[in-house]
Ligand binder design. Sequence first.
Ligand code: MN
Ligand code: ZN
Length: 338
Amino acid sequence: MKAIYVREPHSLEIVELPEPAAGAGEVLVRVGAAGICGSDMHIYHGTNPLAKYPRIIGHEFAGEIVAMGPGVGGLSVGDHVAVDPVTSCGTCYPCSIGRRNVCTKLSVFGVHRDGGMTGFVAVPAAGAHVVPRDWSWKKAAMVEPFSIAANVLSRTQCTEKDRVLVMGAGPIGLTVLMGAVLTGARVAVADVLDSRLEVARELGAERVVNGGRMDLEREMADWTDGEGVPLIVDAVCIPAIFPSLLRMASPAGRVAHLGFSETPSPVVPLEITKKELSIVGSRLNCNMFPRVIEWFGKGIDPEKLVSHVFPFTQARDAFRLIEEKPLETCKVLLTFQG
Ligand code: MN
Ligand code: ZN
């Protein structure tokens, strides 16, 4: 089988590797499609401190079960599945309280272990989530990106009563927007690119703000009649704007972080205390695949975020396109079979 292989930072190869076999409790998946994520770009460029090399990348993937290892129930050969890339130990403190996505021995497909940009991959049966057979591989591969949104909206207990400010209208910000809109919340989106804000508007944002030209804090005060925003999801993660997020939050508000920046951010503790803010991190997803599969059945069309699809043989072209034309690409997928 062929695999997209990052031997070391800055190298991207298509290599021939032996097909894996499904071990106990695993199923063998023939990959249909895999999404390229910002974090794949970081592994490629050597800027993901968590990645180990060499590595078959890809954590956003779906395919068909072609073989089952011993001890697997509830799944069948021929099932179409979206694969949760999170694997966990099951016994550490976070696992013991149901927070497996921050397991102390966390292992993520495509990051800490070989991933899904390949012909075949053996995965734990528990992480293989059956999707309807009439879904395209494109659609099925989008479950993981939307699981990021489902997780942050779960962590912050977003409801239909919320007003949500989503910082950033890139692929992640747009999934959060779509999930929040489906939940029934009213959503504003901030970005510095009008073209992206246009997309956010089409996907249901009631207010869009170009933070490059407009005063976002004033806009949000206006939007909320001065109360502040109950829920802010930061999918931009520029540390310098974090204090502004705290100022914009309403009393009893929540501010959620999705970024991986290591740059410190100055915080005014008084903002947190006097308004009793909850500041939460959200990483990957914690058992959110069933919810996302439900979302896709309830009207979220994830293919709206897919800007390009390449056969995996053109992976280099796909990576180059993302680098050279970031404004023209949203989610770029690789297909591994017809
Ligand atoms: Mn991703
Ligand atoms: Zn654990």
